[in-house]
Design a protein around this ligand. Structure first.
Ligand SMILES: C[S@@+](CC[C@H](N)C(=O)[O-])C[C@H]1O[C@@H](n2cnc3c(N)ncnc32)[C@H](O)[C@@H]1O
Length: 273
């Protein structure tokens, strides 16, 4: 069974063999890697939108070592807390699926059935997510045009990805829960100190969104010790500082063998009214 809808005519998609097909015969192949591309060419702003392969691989290598395991655990606990059996979960901007898979694992441990879907605009990211979690359904798509029916989702996750709040509201059921993960003020503080003379704290994003009620604010904070030059390089490459920090400071950081750094996250829990 598929939980995606056709990006052309919005009819339900069914899985037939190696394709997703709607009743109007729009057909989308399931790639050898296990995902489907539901991003129409006219919704693409570039040939390969989203995170590129280098960034995706760096994130995959770093996250797979468990450095951000405390955030994965927190998200799993929250999904358990806010779900009944047969829950529909959608991870928007799921990247390479580290948190998506962690949530699925937690719900399985709790004996809950979960239909897990993930979308990301980056093909390279979705390919890895589909490999990490073969029981999930993954599509290349934009958070701003979700190939997902109205009022079908019980829990929507957004970790460090673009916030498409109106579209999230459309696809969520009444009383469904939205977990919005953002970096806390001092996230990666020591890394920023290594890169900038005057680093700035991340602004707090606690906001009200129309049609949602903020019901909880949960912290997931840990100081992590990185004792590998490769891991420091991967962490750096998965941040936006790759594009906007002084080159000389980058060169020094990228030679470091050790780094102690804050991995501080905030999860805002919203309920759809
Ligand atoms: C910082 S990464 C976070 C990935 C994952 N959620 C995680 O925490 O590991 C941001 C992700 O958002 C994706 N992205 C960017 N614009 C997007 C859009 N309009 N729709 C869906 N995903 C998007 C990128 O390709 C990237 O994988």
């Amino acid at each position: 069974m598929s939980y995606f809808i056709c990006p052309i005519c919005s009819q339900p998609l069914q899985i037939k063999g190696k394709s997703y097909i709607c009743k109007n015969n729009h057909s989308f192949d399931i790639s050898a890697k296990g995902y489907v591309n539901l991003l129409p060419a006219n919704k693409k702003r570039s040939a390969n939108p989203g995170d590129d392969k280098g960034m995706v691989m760096a994130r995959n290598n770093f996250l797979s070592l468990g450095y951000y395991g405390h955030l994965k655990d927190r998200l799993g606990q929250l999904c358990d807390k806010y779900s009944e059996n047969n829950v529909n979960i959608l991870d928007c901007g799921c990247g390479e699926g580290y948190y998506t898979a962690g949530i699925c694992e937690k719900l399985e441990q709790q004996g809950k059935m979960a239909n897990i879907q993930g979308i990301d605009i980056s093909k390279d990211a979705v390919a890895l997510a589909a490999r990490r979690l073969p029981e999930g359904q993954f599509a290349v798509a934009s958070s701003f045009h979700l190939p997902v029916p109205d009022k079908s989702i019980d829990i929507l996750i957004n970790c460090f990805s673009p916030l498409a709040i109106k579209e999230f509201h459309r696809v969520m059921k009444k009383n469904a829960v939205f977990l919005y993960v953002v970096p806390a003020p001092k996230h990666l503080w020591q890394l920023k100190q290594a890169l900038y003379e005057t680093p700035y704290e991340n602004p707090l994003k606690e906001e009200e969104y129309e049609g949602f009620e903020l019901i909880d604010t949960v912290k997931a904070e840990k100081e992590i010790f990185i004792e590998s030059n490769e891991d420091i390089n991967n962490l750096f490459k998965m941040t936006p500082y790759v594009y906007r920090s002084p080159k000389e400071a980058q060169e020094i950081l990228l030679k470091a063998e050790k780094l102690t750094v804050n991995a501080h996250f905030i999860i805002y829990v919203y309920r759809k009214k």
